[in-house]
Ligand binder design. Structure first.
Ligand code: NAP
Length: 287
């Protein structure tokens, strides 16, 4: 089994740079139980292959993704796994946050959530109220650490007023082909990431392999680097990401081939010159 490199965040939380995403396992906005075995097998195969971090959320399949995670992890040593889940931005009032964490723990059959994220900000709920609930969850140990998702600079800063606990991560839409135009945030690469790094907050890149978008394969730069390193274009894109400071990636991967390829993508280095070429891409015509 290959060991995935790890980083330590805020001097307290050590996590592998590659984890497993679970969006669309077990449904989207409602539960779809028709392929449960497929998803459970994928999660089990990922863990057997060396994945230790699983990312899920209360809203994925209306809680069903969490149930599948719970099913899949029950035969593994819980101590070796890091489970991230998220409370929906639509349920950020004090009691809703407590309830969401409790429901998530029950669905997954775990006593403690390792990393609990606010899925997206909600301007209609005072952040202080939401953070009081997060502080309570941290105090009573139902949650070990907390973080954010899709948060802009001003709100990351505001969170700091309401807690002494470290912000472990900000989950953002970020990949080689989409640097600044996320569906929740603009200026991801130019503003939010530099601010997070300054504050010691890691970035968790969501949609890290561009949904496996086959059009990536046609770009000459990516193609030539894939040939040079004997990797797929998605392995190049993933390696570029996780080579960045304090950067985690959580591709959703269900095929065994993708799981193996993505783990393999953490095991090589792209030369500095080639990294620069990839860094300097401003839009897809540069690829
Ligand atoms: N915080 C948020 O608001 C937010 C939003 C969206 C997603 N997320 C999280 O981020 C995770 C990842 O995002 P995502 O699922 O939207 O997109 P993604 O991980 O970029 O793409 C997943 C798709 O890419 C395919 N794939 C995986 N590895 C590949 C490889 N090496 N080569 C070619 N194709 C590959 C997968 O296929 P197979 O499944 O067939 O292997 C799947 O169809 C989610 O699952 C979720 O946990 C968070």
């Amino acid at each position: 089994m290959k060991t995935i490199p790890e980083i330590t965040i805020q001097n307290c939380f050590t996590i592998p740079v590659l984890g497993l995403g679970t969006w669309e396992m077990g449904g989207r906005s409602s539960a779809d139980k028709s392929e449960d075995n497929k998803w459970i097998h994928a999660i089990e195969f990922a863990i057997e292959s060396g994945i230790r971090h699983i990312d899920t959320a209360a809203i994925y399949g209306a809680g069903h993704a969490e149930r599948l995670v719970g099913q899949a992890i029950k035969n593994f040593d819980r101590k070796n796994l890091i489970i991230t889940t998220k409370v929906s931005g639509d349920t950020l009032q004090f009691h809703q946050v407590l309830r969401s964490a409790d429901d998530s723990r029950k669905r997954m059959g775990i006593d403690q959530i390792d990393l609990f994220l606010l899925h997206w900000p909600n301007p209609s709920v005072p952040l202080g109220q939401t953070m009081s609930a997060v502080n309570k969850l941290l105090e009573d140990r139902s949650v070990k650490y907390f973080g954010l998702s899709n948060f802009p600079v001003a709100l990351i800063n505001e969170v700091g007023f309401y807690t002494d606990a470290p912000i472990i991560t900000n989950q953002l839409e970020y990949n080689l082909m989409n640097r600044n135009q996320g569906s929740y945030n603009q200026n991801v690469e130019t503003e939010i990431i530099p601010y997070c790094l300054k504050k010691g907050v890691s970035i968790t890149a969501w949609r890290p392999v561009m949904k496996g978008d086959a059009s990536a394969i046609i770009y000459p730069l990516l193609q030539s680097l894939a040939e040079k390193y004997d990797k797929t274009v998605f392995q190049i894109a993933l390696n570029w990401l996780i080579s960045k400071p304090s950067m985690l990636a959580i591709p959703k991967m269900t095929s065994e081939a993708h799981i193996m390829q993505n783990i393999d993508a953490t095991q090589f280095e792209i030369d500095q010159d080639d990294m620069l070429l990839l860094d300097n891409i401003k839009n897809t015509s540069d690829l």
